[in-house]
Ligand binder design. Structure first.
Ligand code: ACO
Length: 317
């Protein structure tokens, strides 16, 4: 048994925050943000919108696209590093609100959270332990930002993306590869938690941007080489590259390594910013709905994030 994506969905909060608006809060400029990152606008969740609310909207949209309802779902996996609560996990909150049953848990792998979640769901389906999974990447990164730190607050946004992953005779997901290396933990972290007794302190995200940049490019290039080699693919043979949207310069470097022109790369960073685990399913849904990605196309999704964690997934859509 294999798994395939039968529907996609996304949700972007209404409030758009432009670079020019940010330049009134911190010492930055539209020109700096655009040229260094590719971002023009990001969206910010309303005060009464938690991560599970964004996830719920993306989930309903994916269910509608697949022609299924909540009762058909027997597994919910949510990639997020900005959960509503310490417990229950966001997947259980979704289950309760949408009337779903079965397995439900969240995966904490920062920007790689969606690829981790998708890979786990694929394995459950291959083993026959689930038939129809709702896989979500959802984040309220704005809640983790220090709005006085221009090196991080200009980069991130909120949103959610979802896919329905169903058991199928033919693959869908052809190959996935996950990795992590904890030794770089201090380059990108939000230093608060429960067992470190820092609960109650306000968690804020810190990043040594240009050091992260270098490791990200190196790791993503190695990952791309491995995907091509292990699947007998030549450069240029992937139809669509759907990368995590952290920085357009990182994406360009990886696309070059794949031998793909930028016309075959799905770029949403300009309108979404970096939405961490939500960025890949949001980019996927954008390109499915605007008709670029069609049934039968070969897609490569890849991500890199805090931890460091990384992952790739080769998918016949
Ligand atoms: N506006 C204006 N100037 C700024 C800003 C800003 N918002 N931020 C930094 N600068 C300044 C710096 O202070 C520095 O000034 P100096 O030269 O006087 O010291 C200068 O701009 C250059 O700073 P760098 O950090 O070297 O800029 P860089 O070109 O590396 O771009 C960026 C920074 C965009 C953060 C980039 O390094 C990057 O994208 N890094 C990778 C991010 C990533 O992939 N993260 C992983 C996923 S996220 C997750 O897992 C949650």
């Amino acid at each position: 048994m294999y798994s395939h994506v039968s529907g996609t969905g996304m949700y972007l909060p209404e409030r758009a925050l432009t670079n020019n608006e940010l330049a009134k809060i911190v010492n930055t400029s539209d020109e700096w943000i655009r040229t260094r990152t590719g971002i023009e606008v990001r969206h910010i969740a309303a005060e009464n919108e938690a991560t599970s609310h964004l996830a719920e909207k993306a989930a309903y949209s994916a269910l509608e696209a697949s022609g299924l309802g909540p009762k058909d779902i027997d597994m919910v996996v949510v990639g997020t590093c900005t959960p509503d609560l310490i417990l229950p996990n966001v997947a259980c909150l979704l289950q309760e609100r949408m009337g779903m049953t079965g397995i439900a848990f969240s995966v904490e792998a920062a920007c790689s959270g969606f690829i981790y979640a998708l890979t786990i769901a694929d394995q459950f389906i291959r083993l026959g332990q689930a038939k129809c999974a709702l896989v979500v990447g959802a984040e309220t990164m704005s809640r983790l930002l220090d709005w006085g730190d221009r090196e991080t607050c200009v980069l991130f946004g909120d949103g959610a993306g979802a896919v329905i992953l169903e058991a199928a005779e033919n693959p869908g997901i052809l190959f996935s590869d996950l990795g992590a290396d904890g030794k770089h933990r201090d380059l990108l972290c939000a230093d608060a938690g429960v067992s470190s007794l820092k609960v109650g302190e306000t968690a804020k995200l810190h990043m040594k941007g240009n050091e992260v940049f270098k490791v990200a490019v190196r790791t993503l290039e190695a990952m791309v080489d491995k995907v091509l080699l292990e699947n007998g693919l030549e450069q240029g043979q992937i139809d669509w590259f759907v990368p995590h949207q952290a920085n357009v310069r990182i994406i360009e470097a990886t696309a070059k390594r794949l031998g793909l022109p930028m016309e075959r790369v799905i770029l949403t960073i300009k309108e979404h910013g970096n939405t961490s685990a939500a960025s890949i399913p949001m980019a996927l849904d954008t390109a499915v709905r605007d008709g670029r990605i069609k049934r039968g196309d070969l897609l490569l999704m890849e991500a890199f994030g805090a931890g460091f964690t990384w992952g790739s997934c080769l998918l016949r859509y």
